[in-house]
Design a binder for this molecule. Structure first.
Ligand code: PMP
Length: 466
């Protein structure tokens, strides 16, 4: 199918309100034309002008099975022909939904009981926050409501999930965060540790801070702690040694629920099926989205642990029906897409690929970048990784923000045919390729990234001489 590129570009410019886009620069054309993405196969996408790009970020950490998997397209079409929609209110279901839910309860870490569905990671976190409040109301602890999240955590951009997100630019000018949400320090050893502090000592300090925060708010006022097993949008930062054990001990002591936001880490990215399995996390509630359908259909889920669910069911005689649900909760096409995607994840052992090819990826990332003079830290786990650039390695001094080093490196990669994302909170180049990526493709991705980094490094050297 051929399209009229300039017609589409002008329709888009006139009528789409794009997320994360400088509205004036886009409207005036200063950003150039929109990229019209037309097709995708494996780890590559192609735009309407025929340019191919390697998607080193799997869309937004979501197209885990890669693009163009016809098995999933067929499963979606089959379900659309059979039954495009029915709701799941008042005990209605579909075969695909029941099969998926049984599967998720069995796959998920910890003692899970039920699955509630939404359409996005944000709304699933919204559901999990409401479940924390509902749970504590039903068990007669109506003050136990504050949710503690972490600075640099990302949990979505709706009202509660956006409040839980620990990044000020999601709050500024949007009247967030809500007062029910409080933030604690990010577990990032490179920036957070004191001189000579080991990872384990740093983790213990972060846990002690969490303990003090809960004491200050009052344990009777704290409902839950929400965290990603691996900080994602906050800089692709794996937890320091001992962090999860120390943090969970504090939560247990104060009877505070743990919500594991597995929107990125769910379904294989760390090399284990869930990040919680990778780090010994025992969540009470789990949030999944993205990899659940590899983004072939919008679908998210709140997986509810037995401890929480039991209170909900026991309270039903007092409060009546569980009054929460979306028109599209448990959408049958989404369920069919998820079942087809999980078949691929299991058959092709994508967590195993993330472990094996991921180990190669992590080693190569270190080998190619760790010694460069503008690189402060190389980090990652499985098939998620990041390079953080600094002006002064010895003094751990960041580049001046006006130099836009991260954005320039990301752009240089893009100009060479690779999408690798410039991330907030410093100058960070992030990678999160589809989980089907091969060693050869890892070499391709990192060769382009290295050429991009070296070109900007040369530019910076020129600028500092000038
Ligand atoms: N949680 C995490 C950990 C995420 O990475 C994201 C999305 N990047 C979300 C929640 C929100 O998901 P969505 O954009 O689908 O609302």
């Amino acid at each position: 199918m051929s399209i009229d590129i300039s017609d589409i570009a002008s329709k888009d410019r006139n009528s789409v309100l794009h997320p994360f886009t400088h509205l004036k620069d886009f409207a005036t054309g200063a950003m150039g034309d929109p990229t019209i993405v037309e097709t995708g196969k494996g780890i590559r996408i192609q735009d309407a002008r025929g340019n191919q790009l390697i998607d080193g970020f799997a869309g937004l950490y979501c197209v885990n099975i890669g693009y163009g998997r016809t098995e999933v397209a067929e499963a979606i079409a089959r379900q659309a022909y059979r039954l495009a929609y029915y709701h799941s209110y008042a005990a209605h279901t579909t075969d695909q939904l029941a099969i998926l839910s049984d599967r998720l309860v069995r796959m998920a870490p910890g003692k899970m009981s039920k699955v509630f569905y939404g359409m996005s990671g944000s709304d699933a976190n919204e559901t999990n926050a409401k479940l924390v409040w509902y749970y504590n109301n039903l068990r007669g602890k109506p003050t136990k409501k504050t949710i503690i999240s972490r600075e640099r955590g990302y949990h979505g951009c709706s009202v509660i999930s956006g409040s839980m997100t620990g990044m000020s630019f999601y709050h500024d000018h949007m009247d967030l965060p809500l007062p029910q949400v409080v933030h604690t320090g990010a577990p990032h050893h490179y920036w957070g540790a004191e001189a000579g502090e080991t990872e384990t000592e740093f983790s213990a300090r972060r846990a002690a801070e969490l303990d003090r925060l809960i004491e200050k708010i009052g344990p009777d006022n704290v409902g839950a702690f929400i965290a990603e097993p691996v900080l994602g949008t906050g800089g692709i930062t794996p937890p320091p040694e001992g962090y999860w054990a120390a943090a969970q001990a504090v939560l247990k002591k104060h009877d505070v629920l743990l919500i594991a936001d597995e929107v990125i880490t769910g379904f294989g990215r760390t090399g284990s099926m869930f990040g919680s399995l990778h780090y010994g996390i025992e969540p009470d509630l789990i949030t999944v989205a993205k990899g659940l359908t590899s983004a072939y259909f919008p679908l998210s889920a709140s997986i509810v642990g037995e401890k929480v669910y039991r209170v909900l069911e026991d309270g039903a005689d007092r409060v009546g029906a569980f009054s929460h649900g979306y028109t599209y909760s448990g959408h049958p096409i989404g369920a069919a897409a998820a079942n087809a995607v999980l078949d691929i994840v299991e058959k092709e052992d994508l967590p195993g690929n993330a472990r094996e090819v991921g180990a190669y990826f992590q080693a190569q990332l270190k080998e190619r970048f760790a010694q460069l003079p503008i690189v402060g830290e190389v980090r990652g786990v499985g098939l998620m990784g990041a390079i953080e650039f600094v002006a002064d390695r010895d003094r751990k001094k960041r580049f001046d923000a006006s130099q836009k080093v991260g954005a320039r490196i990301s752009k240089a990669a893009r100009d060479r045919g690779l999408i690798a994302r410039a991330m907030p909170h410093g100058d960070i180049l992030g990678f999160s390729p589809p989980l089907v990526v091969t060693r050869g493709e890892v070499d391709e991705i990192l060769s382009i990234a290295e050429s991009a980094v070296r070109s900007v490094m040369d530019e910076l050297a020129g600028e500092s001489r000038a």
